[in-house]
Design a protein around this ligand. Structure first.
Ligand code: ADP
Length: 163
C-alpha cells in the first residue's frame, strides 16, 4: 500500500498543482494533499478556503484526500505513518530549493523519501504568487487556474478594492 503526501501552500491551487495531484494519484494508492498553515506566514486565501477549493478540484480522485497541517511536515508524516513525500519541480531553481528541503527532512527522519515530479511543459511557468499578482490587476488567469479558482481570485480582489 503506497501512501504519499503532497504538501504545499496552494495559495491558490493552480493547474500545475492539479496536474501533479492527478499524476501522483495515478501512481500511489493513496495521496494526501497537505495544505500548509504556518502562523508566521501570511496567506491570501485562508486554510479553509484553500482546503475547500482543493476538495472540489480533487473530488473525482477517490484516492485523494485534503487536510490542513500547522506543524512540521515531518511530524505530520510520522503521525499519519506516511513515508513518501511528493514535490513538484518546475526547473533548476525549484530543484535546488526542493533538494535542500528534502535533505532537511531526511535529517529529521531518514525514513522519509522525497519523490520529485517534473512539471508538465504547459505548466512550468505557473506560480501562485505571479497568478495573484496578475489577478490583482484584473488580468485573465484562465489557462493558469481552474475556473473556480479564477472566480475566487476575482471575488477576493473585487471585495478588496471595494474596501
Ligand atoms: P510552497 O509554499 O512549498 O512553494 P506551493 O503551493 O507553491 O508550495 O507548491 C507546492 C508544491 O507544488 C511544490 O513542490 C511546488 O514545487 C509544486 N508546484 C507548484 N507549482 C507547480 C507547477 N506549475 N508545476 C509543478 N509543480 C508545481
Amino acid at each position: 500500500m503506497l501512501k504519499a503526501a503532497f504538501p504545499g501552500s496552494f495559495d491558490p491551487p493552480t493547474l500545475g498543482h492539479l496536474d501533479i495531484i492527478r499524476r501522483a494519484a495515478a501512481i500511489f494508492d493513496e495521496l494526501v494533499v497537505v495544505v500548509a498553515e504556518n502562523r508566521r506566514k501570511k496567506y491570501f486565501f485562508s486554510a479553509e478556503e484553500r482546503t475547500s477549493m482543493l476538495r472540489r478540484l480533487a473530488a473525482d480522485h477517490k484516492n485523494v484526500s485534503i487536510t490542513v497541517c500547522d506543524t512540521l511536515i515531518v511530524d505530520f508524516l510520522q503521525k499519519q505513518d506516511i513515508k513518501l513525500l511528493v514535490r513538484g519541480v518546475r526547473g533548476t531553481d525549484d530543484f535546488s530549493y526542493e533538494f535542500e528541503l528534502s535533505m532537511m527532512n531526511r535529517a529529521l527522519d531518514p525514513r522519509i523519501e522525497t519523490i520529485f515530479m517534473t512539471t508538465a511543459p504547459e505548466y512550468f511557468v505557473l506560480r501562485s504568487s505571479s497568478i495573484k499578482e496578475l489577478a490583482s490587476f484584473n488580468g485573465n488567469t484562465a489557462g493558469m487556474v481552474p475556473p473556480l479558482v479564477a472566480e475566487a481570485l476575482r471575488e477576493k480582489f473585487r471585495r478588496g478594492s471595494a474596501g
